[in-house]
Design a protein around this ligand. Structure first.
Ligand code: MRU
Length: 351
């Protein structure tokens, strides 16, 4: 098999942060630089860069971008800015814990540098930390792929929801990682991508990146998934997640809960793939996860074209919570984890 050519979601080159603008995909594959804190915040908030691990990596580099204007200030001022800019970037999206996790790791790196250290040395240390977060993400995706590989057999139909792919990370993705690894090993399977209303991450992103990699992928609208299951076309579901609570409840893209309920009805295994950076043992259960509510126009329109009546009441929660009881297993960078999840998560990811 030739090596996979995957999109480079986030990169730091010659002192600049670059992302693929995912709002333009698949029509236009365009990289844009993010040169200010505001540009980084905006890019995360508007989903130019999205997916839990990718926004963690973008925010880590983004903090380096954000503190640059303060390099000539006193060391104390620069350190205050590190805190303030991290808080600002964290507020761009609330549900994916990877964002907070990456920025906490950056602030911890700053705290380890002595107060008397020159600003440039402190900056270099932060950039090294962001680079390490980036490299860790790539390595963790690969390990998720290897952990999930034994689940994939030739001829299977595998459904995924939203995009937990290369575009949502800086490596092989999470839900897609076992698919990429299996594909490279010559295992032939069928992938099914849910369209994922309202912002169509499945139609625009997952189907595009799997197709680019030469994987057999079929796109369907979200309300077709149960029908495909009833026809015996789906043997397994793998999704990603934005936050895993201590009891094993997970938050993921809106619609994931319906997929899990349908999978349980049809007796189809439902797996959730994630790296350590997505585990939040400080959140006891799914009910404690903050669910982002986004603008109404994402629901009332499609690509700038209004499809709903004026003044209609709208709900637009971007995520839902799937209870641990509906989940067959976790595919993680630390290996496969089966219930009971609370003790297993503590053992694998507790301090
Ligand atoms: O709103 P998005 O597109 O950022 O939502 C992304 C998801 O829900 C993904 O499934 C999740 O972040 C896991 S990404 C590996």
């Amino acid at each position: 098999m030739p090596p996979l050519s995957l999109p480079e979601t986030v990169r730091w080159t010659d002192g600049r942060l670059w992302i693929i603008d995912q709002t333009l995909l698949p029509g236009d594959v365009k990289e844009v630089p993010l040169d200010t804190a505001q540009a980084v915040w905006q890019a995360i908030q508007t989903l130019m860069v999205r997916g839990a691990p990718a926004i963690g990596v973008a925010a880590a580099y983004g903090l380096c971008v954000a503190i640059r204007p303060f390099m000539d200030e006193s060391s104390a001022q620069l350190r205050r800015q590190i805190q303030d800019q991290a808080a600002y970037l964290t507020a761009s999206r609330p549900t994916a814990v990877n964002l907070q996790w990456a920025l906490d790791r950056m602030m911890a790196a700053a705290d380890q540098v002595a107060a008397s250290t020159a600003n440039q040395v402190l900056f270099d240390r932060l950039l090294a930390c962001a680079t390490a977060i980036h490299a860790d993400d790539q390595a963790q995706c690969l390990r998720i792929g290897q952990a999930g590989l034994p689940l994939i057999r030739s001829g299977m139909g595998i459904l995924t929801h939203c995009n937990a792919g290369a575009l949502a990370t800086t490596g092989l993705g999470t839900a897609t990682a076992p698919l990429y690894v299996a594909h490279q090993q010559g295992i032939a399977f069928r992938a099914y991508a849910d369209e994922t209303r309202p912002l169509l991450q499945g139609a625009r992103l997952t189907s595009w990146e799997l197709q680019q990699a030469g994987i057999d992928v079929t796109l369907q609208t979200d309300n077709m998934a149960a029908h495909l299951m009833s026809q015996g076309l789906i043997d397994m579901v793998i999704v990603g997640t934005d936050r895993v609570a201590a009891n094993g409840d997970i938050a993921n893209k809106i619609g994931t809960l319906s997929v899990a309920i349908n999978a349980r009805h049809f007796g189809i295994p439902f797996y959730v793939a994630f790296p350590s950076s997505t585990v939040d043992l400080n959140t006891a259960c799914g009910a404690d996860i903050v669910i982002e509510e986004r603008e109404a126009d994402e629901v009332t329109g499609l690509y700038g074209h209004r499809i709903a009546p004026a003044n209609i009441k709208v709900r637009n929660p971007a995520f839902d919570v799937t209870p641990a009881a509906l989940i067959t297993g976790f595919i993680t960078d630390q290996g496969l984890l089966l219930p009971p999840f609370d003790t297993g998560l503590q053992q694998l990811f507790g301090n």
